[in-house]
Structure formats: structure tokens, C-alpha cells
Design a protein around this ligand. Structure first.
Ligand code: HEC
Ligand code: HEC
Length: 245
């Protein structure tokens, strides 16, 4: 009994003494070269966290409130770490095998990195698909709430396009499915959130016209024309409706 307690204490002491950050030795590299300098590896890890908008614990076993020396970096317990390895191989193939096959490259050549696709988020899915997925899962209220929440959190960052195109795409997709009231809702939301976009008002106007709300369509075409006096489509539509510009 006494003996096993002593052994446990010795083992614990040995582990604590070895726990050091940055580590002296790298133990479980399967993608990076085994002789990569520790500093270079840690800098690359820091670039992962920025590219995906996460912290080390996203891929590594460790307690957020504890020092990095207590983390188990060599462990492969988290599936995200294994996914990141596959991503590293993929990025290596893109840069090393595919882009090098182009007969002419931009100068200086452009290197694909994690941030090229991830843009600060773990799930590099276009905004229109995220909103449509939320719509399919839980309806229009939920989809709009998610859009607004993402806008509040990520506006001004590279993660998502909060310009006029994604909500117009959502509107078009719902219109194509015959969900006209919901389509109109997203077209109108688009005009509220991008009030300087003639495109957003024209798209809304087209849908309002198709839904039979001519008065609303005229107002939207007029707004499009006020924003861009050269908008020939809006002008043509107003002429056809017999409305003044
Ligand atoms: C997106 C996932 C991801 C994030 C986030 C990440 N790492 Fe890693 N890390 C990896 C992968 C994958 C490896 C293994 C690379 C290989 O097999 O060549 C690794 C290996 C390591 C190793 C070497 C472990 C060993 O001895 O084998 C250290 C140290 C490390 N990471 C530190 C960090 C630190 C510090 C952070 C936060 C700043 C961090 N990592 C964030 C994916 C990640
Ligand atoms: C060419 C685009 C692209 C590049 C470059 C890229 N990724 Fe990804 N990554 C994806 C896609 C797409 C997914 C989602 C795959 C799926 O689950 O359908 C993904 C998923 C992931 C995931 C899993 C996220 C989750 O929670 O589902 C991790 C971790 C990850 N990538 C890390 C990286 C790292 C680290 C790099 C740089 C070495 C990188 N990725 C570079 C496109 C990319």
C-alpha cells in the first residue's frame, strides 16, 4: 500500500516536471516534419486559432482556465485534431500538386491557407446556406433570428457576406419553392438592412409584383431608381406599370 502511494507520487512528480510550455520535444507529429522548430509549430498553431476563430482547446485536451503547460498537446483524443491533420494534407495538395500545374500564376503566386476558406469560423458555409438550413429546420422566424444574430456578431469581419446578395439568394430559393410570403419577408429584410442597394429594392419589387402587391412593387422600384437614377430595369418596370419614376 505504502509502496504504491510512493510510486504514484514519484510518477506524478515526473509528469509535472516534464510539463512545460513551450515543450522541449514534440512527440506525436504525423503531418509536420519531425524536426520542425518548436517556435514555428507554435506560430502555425496560433494561425489555426485565428483562421478558425477558436482556442487551443478546440483541438487539444486541456482546461481553458489552466496554464498551457497542463495541456496534453500530443494526445489525439479530440476528433477535431484529426480533421485538422486531414485539412493540412489537403492544403498541402492544393498548393503543392494542383496550383503548381497552372501554366501561368499570379505574381506573387497566391498560397491557399486555412483562412482562405475558414475566414475566422470553424464551419466555412456560405451565409445563404446557413439561413436556408435554419429555415428548413425551424422556420422563417428562426432563420431571420439566426441571420440577425450572426450579423451582430460578425459584421465587419471576413466570416460572412452581409451585403445584398445572400438574402436575395434566400428570397429567390424560397420563391422557387413556392413559399412566396416567406420569400417576400427576406427580400424586404434585405431592403431594411441594405437600404442603399438598388439591387435589393429591385429584387423585392419583382417579388412583390409576382405576389400581386403592385402598390408595394411600385414603391420599391421607385426607391431603386432614387438610389440609382440609371437603373434601367427599375425605370422600365415603372414605365410598364404606368407609374411615375
Ligand atoms: C484546428 C486544430 C488545432 C488547433 C486550434 C491547435 N492545434 Fe496544435 N495541433 C494540431 C494538430 C493537427 C497537431 C498535430 C500535427 C501533426 O500531426 O503533424 C498539433 C500539434 C500540436 C503540438 C505538438 C504536440 C506533440 O508533441 O506532438 C503542440 C505543442 C500544439 N499543437 C500546440 C497548440 C497550441 C499552443 C494551440 C493554441 C495556440 C494549438 N496547438 C491549437 C491542431 C490544432
Ligand atoms: C479549401 C477550403 C478549406 C481549407 C483551405 C481549409 N479547410 Fe478546414 N474545412 C473546410 C470544409 C469545407 C470543412 C467542412 C467539411 C465538412 O464537415 O463537410 C472544413 C472543416 C474543418 C474542420 C472541422 C470543423 C468542424 O467542427 O466541423 C477543422 C478542424 C478544419 N477544417 C481545420 C482546418 C485547418 C487547420 C486548415 C488549414 C490547415 C483548414 N481547415 C483549411 C474547408 C477548408
Amino acid at each position: 500500500m505504502r509502496r504504491s502511494v510512493t510510486i504514484a507520487l514519484v510518477l506524478l512528480a515526473a509528469r509535472t516536471a516534464g510539463a512545460q510550455f513551450p515543450p522541449q520535444k514534440l512527440q506525436n507529429l504525423k503531418v509536420f516534419p519531425k524536426d520542425i522548430p518548436v517556435r514555428t509549430l507554435i506560430d502555425t498553431m496560433a494561425s489555426f486559432t485565428r483562421a478558425l476563430g477558436v482556442r487551443c482547446t478546440y483541438c487539444h485536451v486541456g482546461e481553458e482556465s489552466q496554464p498551457l503547460s497542463s495541456y496534453d498537446f500530443p494526445s489525439d483524443q479530440k476528433p477535431e485534431k484529426e480533421k485538422a491533420r486531414e485539412m493540412l494534407r489537403m492544403v498541402g495538395a492544393i498548393n503543392g500538386e494542383y496550383l503548381t500545374k497552372l501554366t501561368a500564376r499570379r505574381t506573387p503566386p497566391i498560397t491557399v491557407a486555412c483562412a482562405t476558406c475558414h475566414r475566422g469560423v470553424t464551419e466555412p458555409r456560405p451565409l445563404q446556406q446557413i439561413v436556408l438550413n435554419a429555415y428548413d429546420a425551424a422556420g422563417a422566424d428562426s432563420a431571420e433570428a439566426l441571420y440577425r444574430a450572426l450579423r451582430t456578431r460578425y459584421y465587419g469581419r471576413a466570416a460572412y457576406d452581409f451585403g445584398e446578395v445572400p438574402l436575395a439568394d434566400v428570397g429567390a430559393a424560397l420563391r422557387a419553392r413556392g413559399k412566396m410570403p416567406d420569400a417576400l419577408r427576406f427580400y424586404v429584410l434585405n431592403t431594411e438592412l441594405t437600404p442603399t442597394s438598388a439591387f435589393a429594392f429591385r429584387q423585392a419589387a419583382d417579388a412583390q409584383l409576382a405576389a400581386g402587391d403592385t402598390a408595394a412593387a411600385v414603391r420599391s422600384f421607385q426607391r431603386a431608381l432614387a438610389i440609382n437614377p440609371n437603373d434601367r430595369q427599375a425605370k422600365g418596370a415603372l414605365d410598364k406599370l404606368g407609374a411615375k419614376p
